[in-house]
Design a protein around this ligand. Sequence first.
Ligand SMILES: Nc1ncnc2c1ncn2[C@@H]1O[C@H](COP(=O)(O)OP(=O)(O)O)[C@@H](O)[C@H]1O
Ligand SMILES: [Mg+2]
Length: 504
Amino acid sequence: MKLQMAITAYLILQALAKDLYEDFGQCLMELIRNGLCASMDNPDKKWEPHRAKIEVSLIEIPALLRKGKCLVVLDHGKGLTTAGLKRYFEWLGTPLETLRERSRGSSNGSSQKGIGRLAALSLNGKCHDKDISVAAKNGFFVFSRTSSSGEIRFIEVVPEKIETDGGTEVDRFITPSSEEARFLNNIEGSFTAIVIPTPVFDSADEIIESIKWLLPREANKMFDLRVNGKKVAPPELQSAVNITWDGDKYRARLGAFKKVSETDEATGIWLCDEETGFRVASCVRMGSKFMPMPLWYPDIVGDIFVPGLLRHQGTARNKLSDAFTRKWDDEWRKLLLFLSTVVAPAAKNLLDNDVEETGASKALEDLVTLFHGCYGLPPEKEPGGGSGGTRIRTKSPTTPDDKDRPKEEPKPRHKTIKIRDEVYHLYTGRSLDPDLFAEVAPHNSQLVYVNVRGAYKSLPKNLSERKEHMLMLILIAIGLNENVNNPEEALKFASSRRADFLKK
Ligand SMILES: Nc1ncnc2c1ncn2[C@@H]1O[C@H](COP(=O)(O)OP(=O)(O)O)[C@@H](O)[C@H]1O
Ligand SMILES: [Mg+2]
């Protein structure tokens, strides 16, 4: 007897739509990427983004949703072909056969993981209902045509039906003039439109904001993207550091973060795919374990373009896959060589030395000594050394920037400590809210921002009081980060670590 596993509505909704992605922008990008791939269908699988026109919009479609707007992602690509239909409705994940083909020759599709289409569920607000039986009844619609005119395939994708109906009905066709298809305005040519009712977005601006940093970073890699008719372009590249290496296959464009408006947040440096310009992995998130200092500092911002990187992106699309960074392979090694001998020295020049010694920074130095006394010195780590590879020395680069380098190396903006067996970096390069002394970085739980540049208002005058104050606030910040919904545990964490100091 042979049995075939079926997929449940819960798994589709939770694991493959909601938990997988960091935010709605990433989910929307999955649909946009699918539209892009369908639009540059060519035999040698070259990446030709200029061939794509993708229209994202919020439209009222009363035939599908009585009240409110639907989110529509429309591409003018080849449509859902017979093979595409099978991939869409029969397979979850990429079949082995396709993976084998890809490993024989690289292709632009190789970044695709065979589940991206389900991100559409995450964009339907009702799919987030706490009641799974409500969430599972909601989904999205696919409109698609492979011919240049005529009937349109109309498919409803609903998690509950996938689990209980034994399949999705894909052979329903409607005419372009039908109520459901009227929003397509008698569209010409082949196309696919994904229509999501009760979307999580309320406005075009919100949509643009959510994806602007996920668009190809170099303007010449951009495709024609409209949101409610408005053409969208990626934010400009940084220009303070502009390096090319190995022909021009590796490129770095960096600058120091400058806050222009209150809501601006530094996003750090990103590693991007050289061919498509997509951001692949955040250097802040990868942290000091993989990235040489100061590339993981959040206040240096910009993009580093690396050939073939998209293939090594993890499924959640914000990190490199473990297999790539663990394995000491030539590509990773070459990337580290570029980063540590060329980019990092140039990036150091972006760190100003104007951070004055403040009372707080002096007290912090003393406090760091206390931490070292209590928990020992942190191990010295060099990026990429994790799985026993050869170390890359960061000394003596010969780059054009060498002569411009100031004699005195800028001071690092972090101090490393251990708390029991965990390593943390106290990051001194950023001012926080005047009422906040310490805060763990959003995407790197080992990085703790400490407000020692003078902005903090409640620092006691006396040195020993200062140290005590800072110590507790750092411990509480870490405790809170590790016990997000449990402030009591967070305080216990802080007090128990404080007790460690008494034992020494
Ligand atoms: N907009 C689209 N136009 C044509 N085909 C599509 C579109 N979106 C998805 N598909 C088909 O569905 C398949 C599955 O999509 P997806 O779940 O995103 O996985 P992947 O993109 O990794 O293959 C694609 O490989 C493609 O064949
Ligand atoms: Mg996809």
